[in-house]
Design a protein around this ligand. Structure first.
Ligand code: PLP
Length: 362
């Protein structure tokens, strides 16, 4: 098997740990003596139910998820949750608060407007989403059914360094691009959710971690597969779940625990991003897009003074084995997405490449 892998900086789907891919490959055609691939198993059969239950138990342990909260696997990625959240929760008061700090929180807010009255509790749009608002600038409505924010802004490269204080209003957080990157007090949240294709598994599922007392108030026209109560009651198996994606998540969790769990991930992400931010801080050519105190350890966004130089950098980087560094079309420039599976070596080498590029192109 070829181990000549490149450093893939894709924002998602993104790198998976090599040992996980190798284990999946070894088990591909005959999973532990069952004579079949996990892909070919009935989701109701004994072998698969074991994988499913183990994955759930492992996620609960790794994230220290309390018994008050249920773990759901749903389809439609994070984006379908933008609709499911208001459909399930907004009925309580007809109102919800949204913090708008980037692309996905804007999309989520716009979707929620179909279902009720939305208060924009804070926004970073005035400075192009380069920063995260402070607590004192957040207007929480006392009668909001929930408060929604996105803790890591994948496209703009900013990350909330604190959990907003919202009193009795339940917190709902899109953690698509920083879930499992460090310890998190799950009990503070009504709902944590994310598409799995950034930091957890291949694409095909959203993980929803929900305080069970928030379920059961959905709008009557909520499709049953989007009803949190239906999903809780059926243990995410009202219909066929994304079986292989969940199996892969199980392998990723096993790998992650072997590395030292979320505490180890929290250390590694700083080590990884520091190589790149040190270059940006020293450079006369590369400019970081986000304010220093809001910079994400998962998505590093930067540019040069010209689109032509950006394009040249992306092209030369690709030829040198640093793939998918082109920034999102919304922001332009470059973006290095450096989730848990990116070896520290990847950003160290990219930092060296950037310094060398600058030396050659002054
Ligand atoms: C990628 C991403 C999404 C969209 O995820 P899908 O699973 O493609 O719907 C939403 N929110 C954040 C923060 C993301 O990074």
């Amino acid at each position: 098997m070829s181990t000549e892998r490149i450093f893939n900086f894709s924002a998602g789907p993104s790198m998976l740990p090599l040992p996980v891919l190798e284990e999946a490959a070894a088990e591909m055609t005959n999973y532990r003596g069952t004579g079949m691939s996990v892909m070919e198993m009935s989701h109701r059969g004994k072998a698969y139910i074991e994988i499913f239950e183990q994955t759930k138990a492992d996620l609960r342990r790794v994230m220290s998820i309390p018994d008050t909260h249920e773990i759901l696997f749903m389809q439609g990625g994070a984006t379908l949750q933008f609709s499911a959240i208001p459909m399930n929760l907004i009925g309580k008061t007809g109102k919800a608060d949204y913090a708008v700090t980037g692309n996905f929180s804007t999309v989520a807010m716009k979707e929620a407007k179909k279902y009720g009255e939305i208060n924009i509790a804070c926004s970073s749009e005035d400075r192009g989403h380069t920063y995260i608002p402070e607590q004192k600038d957040i207007n929480v409505s006392k009668d909001a059914s929930y408060f929604h924010y996105c803790s890591n802004n994948t496209i703009f490269g900013t990350e909330w360094k604190y959990i907003p204080e919202t009193g009795d209003v339940p917190l709902v957080c899109d953690v698509s691009s920083n879930i499992l990157s460090g310890p998190l007090d799950v009990s503070k949240f009504g709902i944590l959710y994310g598409g799995v294709q950034k930091n957890m598994a291949p694409a095909g599922a959203a993980v929803v971690i929900i305080d069970k007392k928030l379920a059961g108030n959905e709008h009557p026209l909520t499709p049953k597969l989007m009803s949190y109560q239906v999903m809780i009651d059926s243990d995410s198996m009202n219909n066929t779940p994304p079986t292989y994606t969940i199996y892969m998540l199980g392998l990723v969790l096993k790998w992650l625990e072997k590395q030292g769990g979320v505490e180890a991930m929290a250390k590694l992400k700083v080590e990884r991003s520091k190589y790149l931010y040190d270059v940006l801080d020293d450079s006369k050519m590369f400019i970081g897009c986000a304010d220093k105190d809001a910079r994400s350890d998962m998505n590093v966004t930067f540019k040069t003074s010209s689109d032509e130089l950006d394009a040249q950098f992306i092209k030369e980087a690709k030829a040198a084995g640093f793939d998918t560094l082109k920034g999102h079309r919304v922001l332009g420039g470059m973006r290095a997405s450096i989730y848990n599976a990116m070896p520290v070596e990847g950003t160290k080498k990219l930092a060296e490449f950037m310094r060398e590029f600058e030396r050659k192109n002054v």
